[in-house]
Ligand binder design. Structure first.
Ligand SMILES: NC(=O)c1ccc[n+]([C@@H]2O[C@H](COP(=O)([O-])OP(=O)(O)OC[C@H]3O[C@@H](n4cnc5c(N)ncnc54)[C@H](O)[C@@H]3O)[C@@H](O)[C@H]2O)c1
Length: 331
């Protein structure tokens, strides 16, 4: 299969690239390296079936790239992913997440792409649903510019689908964790806790620790993308990709302490704007249409994440320096 992955140098995108290459597919990776790291593509760059193109999904260049490659399946993961940045600069968020998706979809239509698989945000698209785990029949209720931009991108995909028959699939992901999640970002609490614990820094919980999230391992998420890429044209629409299980931040902290072997209590600070209080996604529709299941038990997922964090985290020191293995300028 000839594929193109946007956001290829990011956390989920690079894991997806590796899986597609391992399965024998051709992959063109696109990324502007705004948050993605070239080092995430170290394995991929050894494959003669992988090509990396540094460009921005909002630019006309993208149309030339997609027109040249003519991918059968496009996995669209490039995005501004930080809720707090979306609150501080909603215009930038909208340009990347909405205009970028429209630009990409238009290019895919012209290039005859059979399927776009889009990384939607299940953790933010439903707001605070009355019943958990929430299913896809509950209307979207975005509570942050980030959530609104991801829902808007889903709507554009649906609009192009009805105009041109593109058969897109939006995977509404819950909170994804695992190897390559950047612990220096504002999102990705498991990577942030793990990195802090491994380098002797105090962990911070925003709010009282009672808020809950549905944590899903990146290997399982990548599996959902691959299944969506292979699914029949009749399978289209939005599918939740989560475990259906809520874990509170306090409980997560306890599990991380257990996994890392750390006894230091967290510091509590005020809750942050734009974040939901409780969420868990019902994955029944994906189970039925994609034959997808979250297979990785949370303790095993945390163990694999901490193992990776140990590899990239050197001696106890300041966050940036301790993660010196992440050299954004490496090719
Ligand atoms: N990580 C999660 O828990 C989670 C949950 C729900 C949805 N998602 C979605 O999954 C996707 C991947 O998220 P991630 O966690 O891997 O984040 P990430 O920041 O690691 O990956 C995003 C990638 O997109 C690239 N990018 C950003 N703007 C770009 C642009 N204009 N042009 C080209 N490339 C650009 C970045 O450099 C980065 O490599 C995103 O669309 C995100 O909204 C993630």
């Amino acid at each position: 299969m000839r594929t193109l992955v946007t956001g290829a140098a990011g956390f989920i995108g690079s894991n997806l690239v590796d899986r597609l290459l391992a399965e024998g597919h051709e992959v063109v990776g696109v990324d502007n390296l705004s948050t993605g790291r070239p080092s995430n593509l170290d394995v991929a760059l050894h494959s003669d079936r992988f090509t990396f193109v540094e460009t921005d999904v909002t630019l006309p260049d993208l149309r030339a790239v997609i027109g040249g490659v003519r991918p059968e399946v496009v996995f669209h993961l490039a995005a501004q992913v930080d809720v707090r940045k979306s609150v501080a600069d909603p215009c930038h968020d909208a340009v990347t997440n909405v205009v970028g998706t429209v630009n990409l979809t238009e290019a895919c239509h012209r290039a005859g792409t059979r399927r776009i698989v889009f990384a939607a945000s299940g953790g933010s698209r439903y707001g605070e649903p009355p019943v958990l785990p929430v299913d896809e029949n509950v209307p979207a209720h975005p509570c942050s510019p980030y959530a609104a931009s991801k829902v808007a991108a889903e709507l554009y995909l649906e609009c192009f689908a009805s105009m041109y028959g593109l058969s897109p699939i939006s995977l509404a992901l819950s909170n994804v964790y695992g190897p390559r999640q950047d612990p220096r970002g504002e999102a990705g609490v498991i990577a942030i806790f793990g990195s802090a614990m491994l380098t002797g820094r105090t962990t911070v919980i925003y709010g009282n620790g009672d808020s809950t999230r549905d944590y899903v391992f990146v290997g399982d998420v990548v599996d959902a993308f691959v299944r969506a890429g292979h699914a029949a044209a009749s399978v289209t629409g939005t599918f939740n990709i989560g475990t259906g299980v809520q874990t509170s931040t306090t409980e997560l902290h306890r599990l991380m302490c257990e996994t890392v072997g750390c006894a230091e209590p967290p510091r509590y600070e005020g809750a942050r704007t734009g974040e939901v209080q409780a969420i868990a996604l019902d994955p029944s529709a994906a189970r039925c249409a994609l034959r997808w299941d979250p297979r990785t038990d949370m303790r095993e997922g945390l163990r694999r994440t901490v193992e990776w964090l140990r590899e990239v985290t050197t001696a106890p020191m300041e966050a940036g320096a301790a993660l010196g293995g992440f050299d954004r300028n490496r090719r």
